[in-house]
Design a protein around this ligand. Sequence first.
Ligand SMILES: Cc1cc2nc3c(=O)[nH]c(=O)nc-3n(C[C@H](O)[C@H](O)[C@H](O)COP(=O)(O)OP(=O)(O)OC[C@H]3O[C@@H](n4cnc5c(N)ncnc54)[C@H](O)[C@@H]3O)c2cc1C
Length: 400
Amino acid sequence: MARAEPPRTAIIIGGGPCGLLTALALTQRSHMTCTVFELCSSHTTFGGAIGIPPSGLQLFGSLGVLEGLLARGNASSKLVWHSLCCADALGPFDMAARSKETTGYGCLRIKRTDMLEVLLEAVAAAGIVVHFGQRLPAIYETHAGVVVSFDEGVIAEATADILLGCDGIHAAVRVLYVNPDRRPMYTGSAGLMGLASAALLTSESADTLRDGIHATMTCEGTFMTVPCRTGSDEFYWAFQRKVPSPNQTEWLNGWDIRSCEEIEELKDVLYGILTCEETHGGKWAAILCDLIDATREMRFYPVYQLPSAPGNRWYRGRILLLGDAAHAMPPHAGQGICMVLEDATLLANLLSVALTPSDTMPEGDGAEEIIGDLFRRYEQGRRSRVEDVARWAIVVIASR
Ligand SMILES: Cc1cc2nc3c(=O)[nH]c(=O)nc-3n(C[C@H](O)[C@H](O)[C@H](O)COP(=O)(O)OP(=O)(O)OC[C@H]3O[C@@H](n4cnc5c(N)ncnc54)[C@H](O)[C@@H]3O)c2cc1C
């Protein structure tokens, strides 16, 4: 009996970090033909800085994009804690000292937009096509493959052997097809984040902030600042605190309204905290106020997670969810990008084994069985690791 063909073509929905990294890994390791469809009309300019820990840098290296990231991001790993109740800094310590010693990899902080540019260049060099501005209203399966139709964008319909849903926490692929009842849950915590050019700060403030990652404990939450580009010419800051969810039926619009209110309110809260009489932050508080003054780009970011339950499969038929679409977690464990890299790497490795002709390949099984077996092994290989990291992220968010 002839052996069924393993999958060779993939539609990837979502051109964020997960979609681009998965396309790259599958092309390089399994020689799959991947096409990426992204909802936005170009890659998004919104986003703060993303922290990449040592294991993430190692995986980026294995995909050949590490040099590009190091050329744009900031590799400082010195962490200094401050308290506004005393003028002295508590610390510092090198967060990546041990890993630099044992693995040769430190950590990197890079703007999400810079990271996407590096990935888009690598994807283009690998011959992978990315279609922007594609809105997806329908997915269906036939015996021969999976079909998606788009009601916006230049491509009206596409078919492939498998479809990978890499479309983030509010994933259309999950809602339309894989797991319609599984909805993201608001954690009760929201962040305010900003980007400020070093050129707009006093030279004393800029030099102090260039010195590393600074975490300041305040009575309302932790205020973090990090240099996020090579040469430390730009700083990213984030402040997290509890914010009730908006009481709106259309929750996305609700957040839009809340966003405007919160930005103004939180800016005032920050000035209030940093300059109130009870704090003795003095010079340090003045540096942080200088940073907020110099901020030209500011965003409000409600933190969601996707609760996990054993019945919530990550796949159905020929369709598999990866990255935040499958297992979004609060960013507080600093592992979001590592989870995406591990997802892409494991799937590429499993596919490359499936594509290598061998005597152990099941005879008589159809393509659907091969794909089902592949996706089952993928989910088995990832679920407990992802759930451990998600639990850790919840512990961190509760402690701030
Ligand atoms: C705009 C933005 C800014 C972010 N900023 C930060 C940050 O500052 N710090 C941080 O730690 N994390 C941030 N994140 C989250 C972080 O990028 C992810 O947690 C992580 O990188 C996982 O990546 P992902 O590709 O799975 O999901 P995402 O990064 O969410 O990417 C999903 C992609 O899919 C696209 N998409 C969504 N719906 C559809 C659809 N129906 N059809 C096609 N494409 C679709 C989105 O436009 C996006 O490009 C941000 C996410 C987004 C979308």
